[in-house]
Design a protein around this ligand. Sequence first.
Ligand SMILES: [Zn+2]
Length: 386
Amino acid sequence: MRILLRTFIVPLIFMCLPWSLSAAQPVLQSIRFTPGDNVLHLEARLNQPAIVHIFRLQHPTRIVLDFDGVRMKASLKKTGLPLGGVYGMRYGYPQKGVLRLVLDVDKTIRFQHRSSIKSAELRLDLLPFAAHLPAAAAVSSTKNPAAKTAEPPRTMVVVIDPGHGGHDPGARGLAGTREKDIVLAIAKKLANEINQAPGMKAVLTRAGDYFVPLRGRLHRARKDRGDLFISIHADSWFDHDATGASAYTLSRHGATSEAARWLAGRENDSELAGVNLRELGDQSAVLRSVLIDLAQTATIQDSVHLGSAVLQPLGSVAGLHYRHVEQAPFMVLKSPDIPSVLIETGFLSNVKEELRLRDPAYQTALARAIFSGVSAYLKKYPPARV
Ligand SMILES: [Zn+2]
């Protein structure tokens, strides 16, 4: 059971560098909760910066803050809890040298980290997941009094990536169908569905028959502040009997090497899961790599949820080649903080499926199935970024 529970850990972000070389043990001096508009602010003050790991646990829902090498001096008597979906708070030392604060929260509550990297003050915003839903929905699903002031919905940007293009035709069917053509057609239909949905916007990584390098596709997703990334492909296989759609997310192996590349390149001068990587000095390469790794781990979990949500409706239209989301080190899935999924819509190497994939009505049905999976995912797992 303990092992099972661990898999629910979504490590998001942690803070505070040990800048100071002071030998004195860091002390947690005070904890304060301040309600704001649709948010509860938590401020934990230390006498010096320390490393803090923050994550969310389920069953029951808790937000856990592990302070490395910190001693507890703060009083939990005057926190004013329960407040804003946070029912209570306790602390302990689960292992030597680790101070653990546990917030018992409503399952609708997520956290967002707000501190500066060099600060001895840890600031956390506790918000309802449903903050972007209509206020009535947010209030009914949480005891958070602040949820009454839910903000208007933010437009969700879905980046659609039609595979191949230009001099790269992709897979080829027996009847001569080129993957690059049918995936572009499906992608445009999907963009249409998305653009018609309120609060959603589609961005295409290519809108015609031209070549876009794989990293260029990732850059596009980043530049357009994509919330989700969906790459559309069609398979080919030497076994002509193979049929059905499948969904892929990034495997951990691929993730690690891309994190290393982020470290080496200039791409890391941006914000990742709420942390401005520019604020990390050159000396903090290790911390930077851990940050990217944590963000990527959480993103892969989100991607698997997204893939599963898409597979369900897709299966009823196309049949499934694999019943579960597969993992592979595909380059286009390597954004550390954008849930990304690659969909193989079917097999061009199968005569029947090739004919179906050429059919505009079938392409529309595929696009609608993918769209309904995306909407289901966004409803269930609204992006944390606001
Ligand atoms: Zn392809």
